[in-house]
Structure formats: structure tokens, C-alpha cells
Design a protein around this ligand. Structure first.
Ligand code: PEP
Ligand code: MN
Length: 457
């Protein structure tokens, strides 16, 4: 944990930055609200509501990410592409937590290092879209931009951006956080009781035996340590869990960006670990301007069209003092492009001696459409991108320190392949995502096992 004293040191606020300075920059992907007066009223209300996280937690996570940069930890970041207001339920939230805990158990066991657990939840309600509008049968309406902005149904009322949705998103995020915190504080994440995380259908999974063996071997290790020390291993009773989302809707993010009494600077207190999406990463754009001034650890999605020079200039803006734990790059190139696009970036950052945490998102570069009209991803491409990522980092003398995934604890059929070899026809059975296809429980666990196998070789 960071000490109080260290964080009481003044930090330099970047020159010319204010919590509203992004407003003077071109802002991609923001909706146009029809009623500016209503918008201001909503933002005023949001500014008066309590935050969702604290600066203490944010700085603790930053310390953990600094350790991941040094290879002492591995980052597991995952959750829905887009949370929805309807799916803010006990079952969905706890199932997602169960999968993430199971995956982290597999990773801790296989990698022999602590895992930093970060959910893509409690705020992942705003989505970038490839087009501002959508036309069906001659009717053109604004695109669906996530439940925080509008609704997915294709009618004018549903698609009109409604600022009140930001207040609802804040409330739903708070409910999600509250339930996750209560579960964890109540002992749900206790390593002595991995059976708490069982999902109904685990028993029938082709991966069940391998997972059970791992759980038993961890149980043995815990009991062994307890026998040696003569007491319970207390720090295994609970784990830390952090939240993240794409900080896309800047009016909302700025309303939750606050100064706190005991720490200098400005913190986004709506999440621990916000990231900049690929479509809003312009160096002179509003999003980079906003992120420049907050003290949270931050991440940037890095796509195949980014040049080494652009990346270095982005580091200059986002982490000019080379602070540990501050900056994470999440590369998402696609299985077909990573071998060509990633090495020059790794080389440039390494040559310049810049401190970043490299993380692989093997989902977003591997999206494709099927003949029967679904957006999907093939498990083989996801696995291939991840494996290549490990090899490319090893060859470049850099380190892959984490993984970023779209997943759910529900038994959906959205990505093809995996242990059950889901096909195009299977997608029709349980495709529920409103945006991108997610790994289901079994496919998620399989990714965790793949990482472990890859690292063991
Ligand atoms: C996402 O993470 O859902 C997303 C839109 O990613 P990217 O910005 O990498 O396309
Ligand atoms: Mn997505």
C-alpha cells in the first residue's frame, strides 16, 4: 500500500490543464444532447453525488500496476463489452465475479505470481461506434451508444440521447460496486472456499477435471502453509478487486473527477482504472487532454494503425515524468496483424526507456461477421493472438504483463470454437450481447489455461 506521506507530496498538475480543458478540444464519439439546460442540471446533480471509489484504492492499484510492470504481478482485466441496465442483477454480477476469480486462481497457480484483478464493470455503459447514425428501411437514427447515452431499440425515442441516463448509470455502477464489495468483504473470494465460485454448469464442462485438480492442489498448498505457520493464512481470505471502464462520455467522467482532502491533484472517482478507447486516442483530442490531468492509473488501447512516433508522443503527454504504474498500453491488433504491427512499437518504447505495462486484448482485432448475421470472434484467433503476443514480447525484450478480455459468467454462445467447438449455428442459441461477442464461462477459463500453458513453455 502506498504510504500517506508519499501521497501528500505535491505533484505537478500538467500545464494548462483543468477538469474542463478537454472542452476546447475536438471530441470524438460524444453524443449531442438535444437540451443543453437539462444536460447542465444533470451534471450538477452528478457532481453532488458521492464518488464510487476512493483515492486510496486508486493509489493502491497504481502500486500493483507498477509491480506488474516489473514482472512481479500479472493483470487480469475482464468483463462485458457493454454493461446494460437490465443486466445489473445479482446473478449476472456474481457470475461474472466467479469467472474472474476462477481465472485468477488458474493464473496464480500457473504463473506463480499474484494477479491484479480488474473488472470491466461498474461503469462500462458508454460505447464508441463506427458510425454516428444507423439507417434501416429508409429511416436514419442516431447509433446506440450504450445504456448511459440511449437505448438499443430502433425508434426515435429510444435513440435520442438522454442525460438522465448518466444518473442511472451512476446508480447502477454504485449498486454493482456495492454488491461486489459486500461479496468480497463477506469472504466470497476466500481461497479456502473456491467452491463458492462454482457455476451450475461447471460440472459438465470438458475443462472441469483440469480445474478441479488445480483447486485441490491450491487447497493442499494453503493447508501446508497453515500447518507450517500453525495458523490460518489470513491474506488468502480476501482479495482486492478493482474496476475499470472506457472513459468515453467525458461530461460524466469530468463530473466524477474530484479533488480530495488528503491527496494532491485530481482523481476520477467513478472508477479505479479508466482507459482511452482506440477511436478516441487522437493526440490533440479531448480524451487525451482529459486523461493527461488525472492521477489514476490509465490505459490506452493501441490498434494496428498507430505508429511508433505517435505512441511516443502519447507517452510524453500522458506520462511525462515516467511515473511507475501510471500508464498501460492495451494492444489489440488481430491475430493476422500482430506479428507485423506490434514489434516496431515494442522496440520504440524499449529503446526510449519508457515505463509502460503491456497488456494484450486478443478480442477487438478479431471481430468478424457470419453469414447468419452475427458479430463473432473465433477462439482460435483469440488464442493465436495471445500466443503470438507472448512470443513477440519475448523476442523484443519486453514483457507481456496482462490480458484484457470481454467475457461473461453466463452460458452464452457469442464467440465460436473453444472446448465445445461452438459453430455458427450455435450462435443462434444464446447470443445476448448488445455490442461485441464475449467469451462464455468455459471459453474464459480456457484462455486462462492457455496463458498458463504458454508461460510454462
Ligand atoms: C472495447 O473495449 O469495447 C472497444 C471498443 O475497444 P477498442 O477501443 O479497442 O476498439
Ligand atoms: Mn467491445
Amino acid at each position: 500500500m502506498p504510504t500517506r506521506d508519499r501521497n501528500l507530496q505535491p505533484v505537478n498538475l500538467p500545464a494548462d490543464w483543468s477538469v474542463d480543458s478537454w472542452r476546447a478540444r475536438p471530441a470524438a464519439q460524444l453524443p449531442t444532447y438535444p437540451d443543453p439546460v437539462e444536460l447542465e442540471a444533470v451534471l450538477g446533480e452528478l457532481k453532488s453525488l458521492p464518488p464510487l471509489v476512493t483515492s486510496w484504492e486508486i493509489l493502491a492499484l497504481r502500486q500493483q500496476l507498477a509491480e506488474a510492470q516489473e514482472g512481479k504481478r500479472f493483470l487480469l482485466q475482464g468483463g462485458d463489452c457493454a454493461e446494460t441496465f437490465d443486466a445489473c442483477s445479482s446473478e449476472v454480477v456474481s457470475n461474472r465475479l466467479k469467472v474472474l476469480l476462477q481465472m485468477s486462481l488458474v493464473l496464480v497457480h500457473g504463473l506463480r505470481k499474484p494477479v491484479v484483478r480488474v473488472g470491466r464493470f461498474a461503469g462500462q455503459y458508454a460505447k464508441p461506434r463506427s458510425a454516428d447514425t444507423e439507417t434501416i428501411g429508409g429511416l436514419t437514427l442516431p447509433s446506440y451508444r450504450g445504456d448511459m447515452v440511449n437505448a438499443p431499440a430502433f425508434d426515435a425515442d429510444a435513440r435520442r440521447p438522454d442525460p438522465r441516463r448518466m444518473v442511472k448509470a451512476h446508480a447502477r455502477s454504485a449498486m454493482t460496486m456495492n454488491f461486489v464489495r459486500a461479496l468480497i468483504d463477506g469472504g466470497f473470494a476466500d481461497l479456502h472456499h473456491p467452491e463458492y465460485w462454482d457455476l451450475n454448469w461447471v460440472g459438465h464442462s470438458p475443462l472441469a477435471d483440469e480445474y478441479r485438480e488445480m483447486v485441490e492442489s491450491i487447497g493442499d498448498a494453503v493447508r501446508f502453509m497453515e500447518t507450517l505457520s500453525g495458523s490460518e493464512v489470513h491474506n488468502l481470505n480476501r482479495v482486492d478487486f478493482y474496476t475499470s471502464h472506457e472513459a468515453l462520455l467525458l461530461p460524466y467522467e469530468a463530473a466524477l473527477t474530484r479533488q480530495v482532502p488528503r491527496h494532491w491533484g485530481w482523481f476520477n472517482l467513478g472508477t479505479h482504472f479508466p482507459w482511452i478507447g482506440m477511436r478516441t486516442a487522437a493526440i490533440d483530442g479531448a480524451h487525451v487532454e482529459y486523461f493527461r490531468g488525472i492521477r489514476n492509473p490509465i490505459a490506452l488501447k493501441v490498434g494496428p494503425s498507430v505508429s511508433a512516433d505517435q505512441l511516443l508522443r502519447t507517452i510524453d503527454l500522458l506520462n511525462p515524468d515516467d511515473e511507475p504504474g501510471r500508464l498501460t498500453f492495451i494492444h489489440r491488433m488481430g491475430a493476422a496483424a500482430i506479428a507485423e504491427r506490434l514489434p516496431p512499437l515494442l522496440e520504440a518504447v524499449r529503446r526510449d526507456g519508457r515505463r509502460v505495462l503491456w497488456v494484450c486484448d486478443p478480442m477487438h482485432g478479431n471481430t468478424e461477421g457470419t453469414a447468419n448475421g452475427y458479430k463473432t470472434r473465433r477462439f482460435s484467433n483469440i488464442g493465436s493472438e495471445l500466443e503470438q503476443a507472448f512470443d513477440l514480447h519475448a523476442a523484443a525484450g519486453t514483457r507481456l504483463g496482462g490480458v484484457h478480455l470481454e467475457l461473461t459468467g453466463e452460458d452464452v454462445t457469442e464467440c465460436m470454437g473453444g472446448a465445445r467447438d461452438l459453430t455458427e449455428t450455435d450462435l443462434e442459441r444464446a447470443y445476448r450481447s448488445t455490442v461485441d461477442p464475449r467469451l462464455n464461462y468455459e471459453q474464459s477459463l480456457e484462455v486462462a489455461m492457455l496463458i498458463v500453458r504458454k508461460q510454462a513453455t
